[in-house]
Design a protein around this ligand. Structure first.
Ligand SMILES: CC(C)(COP(=O)(O)OP(=O)(O)OC[C@H]1O[C@@H](n2cnc3c(N)ncnc32)[C@H](O)[C@@H]1OP(=O)(O)O)[C@@H](O)C(=O)NCCC(=O)NCCS
Length: 146
């Protein structure tokens, strides 16, 4: 199986299909155009193709100096556990190291912690966790209070 890697924007319908395999879009409800905008505003993309078919993806959003975030690391379910996710992640990390970025962060799904630990990531300390604010939850809170 020959896999090729590209850093160009993928065909957006192919990306939408790949993204949909994760189940994330049940919550996000993003359109293909939304996803394209997110990719266009990323600093670095890695696409994995087999015979022209998009089967893997990952991207970096960074400030060029201090912080970078890994987003949307995906291997198509038919192609998982063959090293493609690791290859993409290593390419993302190499980009950040080459730019000398201080730290690289990500959100790990509960069952993906060991995978990321193998690539050098460590969970943040319990007394300094990552936190997030999700727009829809805030909107619901405001509606409840008003
Ligand atoms: C997370 C994800 C990107 C990993 O992609 P992947 O291509 O399966 O990753 P790899 O093949 O490099 O590694 C996965 C496992 O397969 C193992 N593996 C790699 N090559 C292998 C091979 N040839 N034979 C058997 N096992 C192999 C790895 O050791 C790794 O083991 P681990 O899960 O115990 O760490 C993929 O599971 C995915 O897309 N999941 C859905 C989306 C998602 O959850 N993304 C991450 C959000 S935090």
């Amino acid at each position: 199986m020959s896999i090729t890697y590209s850093h160009q924007l993928p065909p957006i319908s192919a990306y939408f299909d790949l993204f949909s395999t994760t189940g994330w879009n049940r919550d996000y409800q993003s359109t293909a155009r939304d996803l394209e905008t997110a990719l266009q505003h990323s600093q670095f993309l890695v696409c994995a193709y087999q015979e022209g078919r998009l089967i893997g993806f990952g991207r970096i959003v960074d400030d060029g100096v201090l912080h970078a975030m890994v987003y949307d690391l995906i291997a198509h379910p038919d192609f998982q556990k063959r090293g493609i996710g690791s290859n993409i992640l290593e390419k993302l990390l190499a980009y950040c190291l080459q730019k000398n970025i201080r730290d690289i962060q990500l959100f790990a799904a509960a069952d993906r912690m060991e995978f990321y630990k193998k690539h050098g990531f460590q969970p943040r300390p319990d007394n300094a966790p990552g936190m997030e604010l999700i727009k829809n939850q805030i909107m619901r809170r405001i509606n409840v209070q008003s």
